[in-house]
Design a protein around this ligand. Sequence first.
Ligand SMILES: [Fe+2]
Ligand SMILES: [Fe+2]
Length: 325
Amino acid sequence: MITAIASRVEVMKWMESFVQEKMTEFLKSVEDSWQPADLLPDARMENFFEEIKNLQERARDLSYDLLAVLVGDTITEEALPTYESWLMSIKDVPSNEDSPWMKWNRAWTAEENRHGDLLNKYLYLTGRINMREMEASTQYLIADGFDLQTDNDPYRAFVYTSFQETATNLSHRRVAQIAKKQGDGMLAKLCGYVASDEARHAKAYKAFVGKIFEADPNEMMLAFEDMMRKKIVMPAHYMRELGVDMGKTFGHFTDAAQRINVYTALDYTDILRDLVKEWKLETVSGLNDAGERARDYLVALPDRLKRVAERMRAPQLEYKFRWID
Ligand SMILES: [Fe+2]
Ligand SMILES: [Fe+2]
């Protein structure tokens, strides 16, 4: 452990060997990674068209909401350039090329890049998607960027990524379960593979924050509180469609996700509860008055949010996305 009051720059530097260690634990090498091609029909094979026919037959019965959620998830994954440039812009993190932090960012991006590739190809092959509309939404999202309200602060940023990787793990896992129920075992498998990557990423980011808590508990607590007061927004909150006002598409996307129980307000609460437990908030020591108040707020928050979430009803309004014919 380092001395009580360390600056963020010092903490990030101190964490380098820890990040290196977590990288080998929670990221996979290229040699050990699955690739989209492992999971999709191979166009070089004689039975390719037969396989496409089967794929399309399985995808025919996928529900409208499931398909809409899957398109939204895919667009979110494909806006990866935004996330990588955001990670690289976080202050106080060593930025020399061979710092474990920079290696982590590149290797994380490299793993994530497979997700959009896989889901995009699958959706294209189903024949149920208006690909041009979907691609335009992706271009919009990358061009529009996002505002996660992390102020380029590493402590806030890693609260965000801990939360978000857990949320994406959960939602891809749920999509897999629903796809299986609706008879598309192949889609279930694809989403399961993506979900398991997200689970490893979530573990890593949670470990980063846990480590920061060791070195700088008060500042880490305040950063966590600040992020939860502002609320964690989804990375695709600016998602939109051609000819549709910004804000509308994203709202309908989250409505669909709530309706089919892929990601709900209760899930938000559960993830928060999980983080409070993971970082053992109740036993963190070395806090000043503001830190103590932040802890009290955070420990009580899951129950408070749960009461609100339980009163919320899944939105029933149907919406016709331009992505799906
Ligand atoms: Fe991903
Ligand atoms: Fe992820």
